[in-house]
Design a protein around this ligand. Structure first.
Ligand SMILES: NC(=O)C1=CN([C@@H]2O[C@H](COP(=O)(O)OP(=O)(O)OC[C@H]3O[C@@H](n4cnc5c(N)ncnc54)[C@H](OP(=O)(O)O)[C@@H]3O)[C@@H](O)[C@H]2O)C=CC1
Ligand SMILES: O=C(CO)COP(=O)(O)O
Length: 331
């Protein structure tokens, strides 16, 4: 039995709570960012805004107070939008005990520092064991108990095994590795490529273009992840190619949806407004990915064009034209 705090009651935090509750044997606390949201969740059990149609069991404790949420827990699962993790860590760090395992399930890179989630956690709690959870996993499907396979990465093998056991159930198959950097970067960088895949779809450029984009996207994601210390095998796994394929092709992806709308000619602020608070991590991770690429001298042509579309109002059609007219090269 583990006592697990889930920090973040968006769609993914809620879906993981439902999955852990279904597995059984844990004591669960779900922290919601806004007190009003926590109140509604506690009253109705339903996350009407972010994951409607599912009921969180009554024995899951709901709170909007971070200190209450983490008190006495053995695992702290951070599932906030990645740009909010620093503020959460700042608040919980003084109350953490060294044996509490910090596990991130957010998929992004901090915009200003280019840090991965585990690096932010380690900054605030250097002595706590930490890990990351990744892989192809739309919240709605996990909440519906549809068969899903994910990966949990932890430097420490024993911690990894414990987390694998904590999360495994008949509908959630959990693999394990020790490559935290590769797992995190696979999850964060695929969001940028999913935006681009959406652009290709929104422009109605056809299946050939989408397949080319996904393949070449995978190449640049792998290049950067390896430069940052990730392993090639991780990028060939669930949190690399697995999540990239899901997000670039699946209709439930917010990142892909943002790309589709950009491709159709809508403007970013209007598209983000229509997401109604739901996060499309790729929008803010694109700049950070380019920052890392510059630091390590890695070429990322798709990510570069995506940044220009997002932040410099470049026409999606011109961006694709530019990608197509790059000098020929060895594959
Ligand atoms: N949804 C999915 O299928 C998957 C998502 N993920 C990852 O999970 C992470 C969370 O995304 P997801 O659950 O989808 O989020 P949603 O888009 O469903 O919801 C956004 C959440 O962010 C919260 N929030 C907004 N501002 C802050 C803040 N300043 N501090 C803390 N929380 C804040 C909102 O709370 P409030 O409304 O109360 O402000 C809300 O709970 C992301 O990194 C995402 O990439 C990973 C795998 C699958
Ligand atoms: O990461 C995800 C599935 O694995 C969810 O993708 P989106 O954030 O694009 O919806």
């Amino acid at each position: 039995m583990s006592r697990i705090a889930i920090l973040g009651a968006g769609s993914w935090g809620t879906a993981l709570t439902l999955s852990l509750a279904r597995r059984g044997g844990h004591e669960l606390t779900l922290w919601a960012h806004s007190p009003a949201h926590a109140e509604e969740l506690a009253e109705t059990g339903e996350n009407k805004r972010y994951l409607p149609g599912f009921i969180v069991p009554a024995d899951v404790r709901i709170t909007s107070k971070l200190q209450d949420a983490i008190h006495g827990t053995s695992v702290v699962l951070c599932v906030t939008p990645s740009q909010a993790l620093r503020s959460v860590m700042e608040q919980i760090a003084p109350s953490l005990t060294k044996d509490q395992v910090l596990l991130s399930a957010s998929k992004g890179i901090e915009e200003k520092t280019f840090l991965r989630m585990s690096q932010i956690m380690a900054n605030y709690a250097p002595e706590n064991p930490h890990g990351t959870l990744g892989g192809p996993s739309f919240a709605q499907e996990v909440a519906s108990a549809m068969p899903t396979a994910i990966t949990i990465a932890a430097d420490d093998e024993q911690i990894g095994k414990r987390l694998q056991d904590d999360f495994s159930s008949s509908s959630l198959r959990v693999y394990r590795n020790e490559d935290v950097a590769g797992t995190e970067l696979g999850g964060a960088l695929k969001n940028v490529i999913a935006l681009a895949a959406g652009v290709v779809t929104g422009l109605e450029l056809g299946n050939n273009a989408a397949a080319a984009l996904i393949t070449r996207g995978m190449v640049e994601v792998t290049r950067l992840a390896i430069a940052c210390g990730g392993r090639r095998e991780t990028l060939s796994g669930l949190s690399g190619i697995g999540d990239l394929v899901l997000t670039c092709t699946g209709g439930l992806s917010r990142n892909r949806t943002v790309g589709v709308e950009l491709g159709k000619g809508r403007k970013l602020p209007e598209i983000l407004e229509s997401l109604n608070g739901k996060v499309a991590e790729g929008v803010r991770s694109t700049t950070a990915a380019l920052g890392l690429a510059a630091r390590y001298g890695v070429e990322m042509p798709i990510t570069e064009q995506m940044a220009l579309i997002l932040h410099q109002d470049k026409s999606p059609r011109d961006a694709i034209r530019e990608l197509m007219s790059r000098p020929g090269r060895l594959e």
